[in-house]
Design a protein around this ligand. Structure first.
Ligand code: CA
Length: 235
């Protein structure tokens, strides 16, 4: 159920097996969890099963083109925010513009170097989904490290369960902002989990207990949701 320990999932939509495999191997080596699909229909099945953190999408596919798929996924509520990196043999400027206009986040022309591909994927994730790449978040004396899964308060380690960790990581990523229970369910538990809003309250309570003296940074905004604030509040 918890996805905190999981690596960023990248769906590779590419009908040429040798290229798909080359990309998958490099992504796996770099700490991602690659998935594969050979056409738009197979890609849609993968997305329906589990929404990826990013899609590497070939332009020339059997059936629907990568361009048509980009337009389709951008219109869909489930996929509109998923970053897309387009991959194609076409180097022509109008095609790049068409891809970007359709909603792709970046564009890689074949043949490409795997280092360039990885750098572009990192850059897109950093811009569009910072929670998948940033290692350390600091708010006041509270420090959370997603690489080592450690949280410290004034240098002292705090003990958090995996779900509390991911919940705190999300709240710290967007400090001062108030998040509703529904938003937290979607962002922290993932869109495939059907649980009640009340579950959020249960984990917030556990998180407060784990935070101890730092728990006053975790604020309940009545009737709205929760936020992490740098201002210490009276609770
Ligand atoms: Ca192709």
């Amino acid at each position: 159920m918890n996805r905190a320990m999981n690596k960023p999932r990248i769906l590779i939509v590419e009908d040429e097996p040798s290229i798909a495999e080359l990309i998958a191997v490099n992504l796996r080596h770099s700490g991602y969890e690659p998935g594969g699909a050979q056409d738009g229909q197979a890609a849609q099945r993968e997305i329906d099963a589990q929404r990826p953190d990013l899609i590497v999408l070939d332009w020339m596919l059997p059936g629907q083109s990568g361009l048509a798929l980009t337009r389709q996924w951008r219109k869909n509520a489930r996929t509109h925010a998923v970053p897309i990196v387009m991959l194609t043999a076409r180097g022509a400027e109008p095609d790049k513009i068409a891809g970007l206009d359709a909603g792709a986040d970046d564009y890689i022309s074949k043949p490409f170097s795997t280092q360039e591909m990885l750098a572009r994927i990192r850059a897109v994730l950093r811009r569009r989904a910072p929670e998948t790449v940033d290692a350390q978040i600091e708010i006041g004396a509270l420090v959370l490290d997603t690489a080592t899964y450690r949280v410290t308060w004034q240098g002292t380690p705090l003990k958090l369960g995996p779900t509390e960790f991911k919940l705190l990581a999300y709240l710290m990523r967007y400090p001062e902002r108030v998040h509703s229970r529904a938003q937290l369910l979607d962002k922290v538990w993932g869109d495939q989990v059907y649980i009640e809003d009340r579950t959020v309250d249960v984990y917030i309570k556990r998180l407060r207990e784990s935070l101890g003296p730092a728990s006053s940074m975790l604020e309940t905004v009545r009737g709205v949701g929760y936020r992490v604030t740098a201002q210490m509040v009276a609770t």
